[in-house]
Ligand binder design. Structure first.
Ligand code: ADP
Ligand code: MG
Ligand code: MG
Length: 880
């Protein structure tokens, strides 16, 4: 070919660094070949060819087919075999292989090149006609399904019917004659379905197969998988064409899958499964339930020893746990795939830690092996170990964790109910890659069939979904939507619980308990602390939360909201009295009642934080939040009027209604709140400041520890607001300290949560000792959306239709809101180079947002206590 972009690579030309061109599978096959590991020969059609074809709406780019034929000719030459040859035929597999692995999501065709003549030649060469006919029927089945789009059940039904006629259970029990008959049947049903014969020219088949693999990049399930795993849609897949080796040649042949460590627990032990006299698809698709790898030692001792050695070599070479596919043909071992194994969160941590202990990885490298989302998984609730209930059945512990939900029997229903927020457990005879949209929303997956290395199990582990596989005792009736086990019948919607760590299934909803963070977790987050630059604080409003935050490693409180302190049942009357007060004196009286209560709260928080800094935000929400709802209060007044009840009560209800009406705002989010409220009623910040200072002095006295007091003014838009509020706070602090005859360092800062504040941050910084970016409100006001209205409405459509990449309240909108943060940070520091810059709001616990905050050079993030470990970890990842 004379094309500018290169589309074809012989396997011997590649290596592990070429995954963007060759895909992960192709690059690793080439790497294994380079290392001298036995791999069948072949060539790879590059991802660029797939991308070019997609760009041209399915039209192959110029030169691609010619280049493919040339690469094929070279392969024929190297192997001394011919595709479609009547002697020494070459059979190949045509395998998908993307840059990021998508187990089972795309298509692969095996045994290509087999036909009416080659089947005889193959049988004669192997001295095993049965195997040749078995390969032929498999080819027709896969080609018809994958390339021509014949529904797979058409073939499965024929296979099942034939087995029933012969009275046998296993495919392997069918005779050569049976398989010949099946080949004829498969040809006929294909013709019936398609209106034409399957192509018999192997070159035409090759072109069709490569094209089908290109197309499989864009199937709904592949797209769903990519979306769930943040893989870009425009990468395309490579296609690997490889000489076939046959695990189905008889009793000295086998195929299997193994991991160099246990992908559920991370333990360094043999983990894998194999099947004698089978082809690879049988294991990974979960069609036959395979045998544990340890049994291979007896059956195929030499290949076993060689496999174990190769597993070891591959792990050492890649410095990571490997997921390996192999086939033994007549006693000889071949490797067919290796990749960094998908693993559970617990396994990821254990493997990373062990590899550091084994001096294979540095701590920094090990941290790169772990995704922040995996730490997140470990913080999910688990089944209460004290539950004392008996399981209804047990399957294989394919992916750990607890799943409680309603039984559903198909992926569409799971997706529907799951999207509606109902917890569901997807129960299937076996899962296929087409179930992926159901798996994503399900709490967990239960299958009657399939092993620990089936695609279902691999995908579940990769997504942190609990999975119990191969629970043979359950009977599933998909049309009746029932699950029967031990005489008990469960219908769609009945609750069950899965324990993916033990394989136990319970016929009821079990209690869950908070997770136990283990030693691996502590060690790894500890490494993160050595590396990260960003500080990590927590948002905490109570002593209890503050204690939890410290336990989880928070270095202070970045946001202590004081409104919760106003809401408690014992305070609300005093708070209402304050709001309803007609005069300054009345208000002062009510505030005096609240003050000691607030002081008590602050004491609890300061005590728990043992000298670490605490940023207290003064009252933020609009006052009407402390009053009853307008409609409800109107109804109450009406009811009292109608029933002619107690006149005093009616009077009170009317007064309250008057205040509710007076304080009612069309758009309270943009109304009288934050410092605007404090500007109207300076008595409120004054009271709060007094409570803070008294608490700080009391705790210092009692605990003998300093208290880091930082007072924060919310919703500032104008520098003058902060100047005025700072004045109130500073005067009150001075007053309190003088009265107590004490000294205390108190800093005063502000939230940056309005676009105007970000723009004039240089002016605001004149009056601020610190900024904290309130990115929740900054997102609302910066994009101009009300979170409460949007999240249930257009925002979710925007995300699903990809108008925007993510919910901006979950992960910061980098360009827009991130831009405002950048402006605020730069302008603030232009006034005060050392200005401390924090972030509070949910983005402070989101890894992608944390990466941005690191880039912008902020000082710390603050997030909810349970996200503190993730933030510590993500902050380290952000500098690696
Ligand atoms: P998937 O992404 O679904 O795992 P693969 O391309 O890895 O698809 O192929 C599926 C199975 O087919 C593999 O497990 C492997 O065992 C088998 N296979 C692929 N190529 C060959 C080959 N050349 N010889 C024998 N078996 C093969
Ligand atoms: Mg594979
Ligand atoms: Mg706010």
């Amino acid at each position: 070919g004379t094309t500018a972009t290169r589309y074809l690579y012989d396997m011997s030309e590649g290596d592990a660094t070429m995954r963007t061109v060759l895909g992960g599978k192709g690059a690793n096959l080439a790497e294994m070949k380079r290392l001298g590991i036995p791999v069948p020969d072949g060539f790879t059609v590059s991802t660029a060819a797939c991308v070019a074809t997609m760009d041209a709406h399915g039209e192959w780019p110029e030169g691609l087919w010619e280049d493919t034929l040339t690469a094929l000719a070279r392969l024929e030459e190297r192997t001394g075999r011919t595709l479609g040859g009547s002697t020494r035929p070459l059979l190949v597999s045509v395998r998908s292989g993307a840059v990021f692995s998508m187990p089972g999501m795309m298509d692969t065709i095996l045994n290509l090149g087999i036909g009416d003549e080659t089947v005889e030649a193959l049988g004669a060469e192997a001295d095993n006609p049965r195997f040749a006919w078995d390969s032929y029927r498999r080819f027709l089945q896969m080609y018809g399904d994958v390339v021509e789009g014949v529904p797979p059940h058409v073939y499965e039904d024929e296979l099942t019917a034939l087995k029933a006629r012969r009275g046998v259970e296993q495919d392997t029990d069918l005779s050569t004659e049976d398989l010949k008959e099946l080949v004829q049947t498969f040809k006929e049903v294909s013709r019936r379905e398609l209106g034409h014969d399957l192509p018999s020219d192997p070159r035409e088949q090759l072109r069709g197969a490569i094209d089908a693999v290109f197309r499989s990049w864009d199937t709904p399930r592949a797209r769903v998988y990519r979306k769930a795993n943040d893989i870009p849609d425009d990468l395309g897949t490579a296609v690997n064409v490889m000489q076939m080796v046959f695990g189905n040649r008889g009793e000295t042949s086998a195929t299997g899958v193994c991991f160099t460590r246990n992908p559920s627990t991370g333990a360094k032990e043999l983990y894998g499964e194999f099947l004698v006299n089978a082809q690879g698809e049988d294991v990974v698709a979960g069609i036959r339930t395979p045998r544990p790898l340890s049994e291979m030692e007896q059956v195929l001792p030499e290949a076993y020893t060689q496999l174990v050695q190769t597993m070891h070599d591959l792990e050492a070479h890649y410095k990571d746990m490997q997921d390996i596919e192999f086939t033994v043909e007549d006693g000889t071992l071949y490797l067919l795939q290796t990749r960094n194994g998908k693993r559970t969160a617990a396994a990821a941590l254990k493997v990373a830690r062990d590899l550091v202990d084994e001096q294979v990885l540095s701590r920094e490298e090990a941290l790169r092996h772990i995704a922040p989302s995996q730490l997140d998984q470990l913080l999910h609730p688990a089944i209460d170990p004290e539950h004392g209930r008996t399981p209804i059945t047990k399957g294989l512990p394919a992916s750990p964790g607890a799943a409680v939900g309603e039984v559903v029997f198909d992926a569409d229903t799971a997706a529907e109910r799951g999207a509606a927020g109902e917890p569901v457990v997807l129960v299937r005879y076996e899962t296929t890659p087409d179930d992926i949209h159901g798996v994503i929303v399900a709490q967990g997956v239960l299958t009657a069939h399939g092993g620990m290395t089936s695609h279902a199990a691999v995908v579940a582990r990769g997504m942190g979904k609990p999975c119990v596989a191969g629970a043979h005792a359950i009977r599933i009736n998909v049309s009746d939507k029932t699950l029967t086990v031990g005489g008990q019948v469960f219908h769609e919607g009945d609750m069950i619980t899965l324990d993916g760590s033990t394989g136990d299934v319970y016929g009821e909803a079990l209690e869950l308990v908070p997770p136990q963070v283990n030693e691996d977790f502590g060690a790894i987050v500890g490494w993160a602390d050595e590396i990260r630059r960003l500080g990590v604080r927590a948002n905490a409003d109570t002593g209890e939360d503050a204690a939890k935050a410290r336990e989880l490693g928070a270095e202070g409180i970045g946001l202590c909201r004081t409104e919760h302190m106003f809401m408690a049942a014992d305070r609300l009357p005093a708070v209402r009295q304050m709001i309803l007060a007609e005069t300054v004196e009345d208000r002062a009286e009510a505030l005096a009642t609240i003050l000691p209560m607030q002081q008590e709260d602050f004491e609890a928080i300061f005590t728990a934080m043992k000298g670490l800094p605490v940023t207290v935000r003064l009252l933020d929400p609009p006052l009407h939040e402390f009053l009853p709802d307008l409609v409800e209060q109107s109804l109450l007044v009406q009811r009292l009027e109608l029933t002619g009840g107690d006149p005093d009560e009616l009077d009170r209800a009317r007064t309250l209604l008057g205040s509710v009406k007076r304080l009612h705002e069309q758009n309270p989010m943009l109304g009288t709140r934050g410092c605007r409220l404090a500007m109207l009623y300076p008595e409120i910040p004054e009271m709060q400041t007094r409570a803070i200072i008294r608490a700080a002095l009391a705790v210092r006295e009692r605990e003998g520890e300093t208290v880091g007091v930082e007072i924060m003014i919310p919703l500032v838009a104008f520098a003058s607001e902060l100047k005025a509020q700072r004045g109130v706070v500073e005067r009150t602090v001075a007053d309190e300290l003088e009265a107590a005859g004490e000294q205390l360092d108190v800093t005063v800062g502000t939230m940056i949560e309005l676009p105007r504040a970000a723009i004039v941050a240089d002016q605001i910084a004149e009056h601020a000792d610190f900024f904290s970016f309130g990115t929740n409100d900054l997102t609302q006001t910066g994009i101009g959306i009300s979170r409460d209205d949007a999240e249930g409405g257009f925002l979710s459509d925007y995300v699903s239709e990809e108008v925007i990449p993510a919910n901006p309240f979950e992960s910061i909108d980098r360009d827009g809101i991130g831009g405002l943060v950048q402006i605020g940070a730069e302008r603030g520091r232009s006034t005060k180079p050392d200005l401390k810059l924090g972030v509070c709001g949910e983005h402070g616990g989101d890894p992608a947002s944390i990466a941005l905050f690191e880039e912008l050079g902020l000082s710390y993030v603050s997030c909810s206590p349970y996200r503190v470990p993730i933030a510590r970890f993500a902050a380290a990842r952000a500098v690696l």
